[in-house]
Ligand binder design. Sequence first.
Ligand code: MN
Ligand code: MN
Length: 459
Amino acid sequence: MADKNRWEEYNESELNELDALCGEYKTFLNNGKTERECIKIIKSMALEAGFKELKGFADLKKGDKFFIEKMGKTIALFVMGKKPVEEGINIVGAHVDSPRLDLKQNPIYETDGLCYADTHYYGGIKKYQWLETPLALHGVVVKKDGTSVDICIGEDADDPVVVISDLLVHLSQKQMSGKANEIIEGEKLDIILGNRPAVSDDEDGKEQLKKNVLNILAEKYDFEEDDLMSAEIEAVPAGKARDCGIDRSMIMSYGQDDRVCAFASLKGILEIDEPERTACCLFVDKEEIGSVGATGMHSHFFENVVAEIVALSAGESELKVRRALENSSMLSADVTAAYDPMFAFAFDKKSAAQFTGGLALCKYTGSRGKSGSNDANAEFIAKLRNIFDDNNAKFQFAELGRVDVGGGGTIAYIMANYGMEVIDAGVPLLGMHAPYEISSKVDVYESYKGYKAFMNEMI
Ligand code: MN
Ligand code: MN
């Protein structure tokens, strides 16, 4: 910790590069507030950098750049290496889903002069943090004929926002003396949509507030209430990513878990041309609810993609697919907790990630005796140290909090099931899973350098 602060070590061109990267990162956050929106941006950035859809290739050779996506919620980018795929792939895997409030399938109702949307929260949240903060609605409504409509309300300066109310402090004696997890029930996280009745003369006068809201939605997006049954609408904090701190040293934004690692690794792979081993960035969904489902890391999506690549580069071979997976190396690129002096009790300072410390490597995650963790191999860690040092990418070792305090998992253990080398390597955040999370610009920049060096050089 006696090291010079990283800011003091940068020369002018590095500072310019850091600024440009973080500017682009904020745009990425602003345009990618749902997993679907993130996949869209990743795809368009990949196309611009010369990547093509895998299905357009008759065969694959070194230097080929391609992507394959699933359900618009997960995508894998590859740059074919000089070595055969069966010798392994250098994978950086991040997730693009973030904690939020999902609208239920029959969400809109009115009561006592207010129209509401019912929600069901997604991922681990402190529920009280979502009260009295401006929310935007993002998502997709798919109609019976298969046409789909993208929804976004609350992001333009002229747009209205929506909100969940909290109880006034004057009447909160009971609420304030209770437990924080009982401040608001999940079932009460209902969003206020309006309180103005529809203007009509032909109706029975029932549910005019709800009718008005549905009319406005129908006018703008052309769908009916029943279409919400086949919709995915997410309430997320409204507004843009901002520089944070008087010195602009940090970024404050919704959804940095895990779009910060997604962005940093994406920037890395877009700049890779002919790596030794095939390079891959994986952007998955559903990490926040256990990596389940067709678009989560537990699905066979990635394995199937590797089988396609083996077939197109070396001929169909189940054995080569297994070898490719087992010989691969992976950085499980997910955020970790930055040391917070205001909550020092939760951390072992010597083993906590520090802002400006760079890419945080967690040998193991898990909780209570490393339960549920992937424990990375020392030999693999030694190789990584060498690559990061050679490329001047700053890194640090971290654990998520004090031994007995808690813990958390990532996608690392899932990929380790193939027998590949995996370690958690991500950007430290303050306030992880809060509506607005905080990152240090230095760590965004150093992580980008680290991910890129790993994809280029790990053998
Ligand atoms: Mn995460
Ligand atoms: Mn998370």
